[in-house]
Design a binder for this molecule. Structure first.
Ligand code: C5P
Length: 245
């Protein structure tokens, strides 16, 4: 069974206010994209990659792709469109029940142990799974004036991270259905949920941050340093067994 990887990297990252998309900013001397691909390759060296890039991308360097089998795919207007195009590109080769892992190019710090845990979870999984981290802060709902309307109960709230892994045909159907409704789909799991299915939450570390704002690059650099020293800064959350209980 082939393991497919889709890495959406076609965003323009305007929130970074930088001279280039965030996946091409330098993180400890290499691009964010290169670091992300390096992590994925360490965990899944045999996977086949589809890399979704802006057709007008002038920063991409194919030498930064460590996978033996990979293809560049034109991204779309939104992240979900990019992922959908990635899926289309493997339609000729993928079996319906092959696993497809989708991981944001902007998450270079995903711990190897989390990638391994996700993959192990798929061994006895029918629907699919995603890395996620329990919400740690008290959650406020804002009103239209920017004041607190009320406090949301935090119990059972999770931050959805990536990778997210689903069977090829199910994910294709789910994204098609979701995109057809015009709903804003910011991750694969929400498309699956809209089909009435319940993806499995796999506890992941909060240091799997998505680089979004300028200050995130310095944070990512600190996380990489701590990871090299073997320190998990966010290992304060329950085990998988506790989640399943
Ligand atoms: O903008 P955001 O941080 O949500 O993007 C998440 C990931 O999706 C990034 O890796 C970005 O490059 C990718 N993306 C994409 N196509 C788009 C928009 C975002 O591949 N149209």
């Amino acid at each position: 069974m082939t393991l497919w990887l889709i890495v959406p990297a076609a965003g323009r990252g305007t929130r970074m206010q930088a001279d280039r998309p965030k996946q091409y900013l330098s993180l400890e001397g290499r691009s964010v994209l290169a670091r992300t691909l390096e992590r994925l390759h360490l965990a899944f060296p045999e996977a086949v990659l589809r890399l979704c890039l802006d057709p007008e991308d002038v920063h991409f360097d194919p030498d930064e792709v460590p996978f033996a089998r990979w293809q560049r795919v034109d991204g779309g207007g939104e992240r979900a469109d990019s992922v959908r195009r990635g899926l289309t590109s493997l339609a000729e080769e993928a079996a319906d029940d092959d696993w497809v892992l989708v991981h944001d190019a902007a998450r270079p710090c995903v711990p190897l142990a989390d990638l391994t845990a996700l993959r192990e979870a798929l061994e006895d999984e029918a629907i699919g799974a995603l890395l996620a981290a329990p919400a740690a802060d008290t959650m406020k709902r804002a009103d239209a004036r920017g004041r607190v309307s009320h406090t949301e109960p935090r119990d059972g709230l999770w931050h959805a991270l990536t990778p997210q892994a689903f069977r090829f045909d199910l994910l294709r159907q789910a994204l098609d259905a979701a995109l057809a409704t015009g709903a804003s789909i910011t991750d694969e799991a929400s498309a699956i949920e809209a089909m009435g299915l319940a993806p499995r939450l796999i506890h992941g570390s909060r240091d799997n941050l998505k680089i979004t704002r300028p200050e995130d690059l310095a944070m990512a650099s600190r996380i990489l340093t701590l990871q090299r020293a073997g320190i998990d800064i966010a290992n304060d959350t329950p085990s998988d067994q506790e989640i399943e209980a």
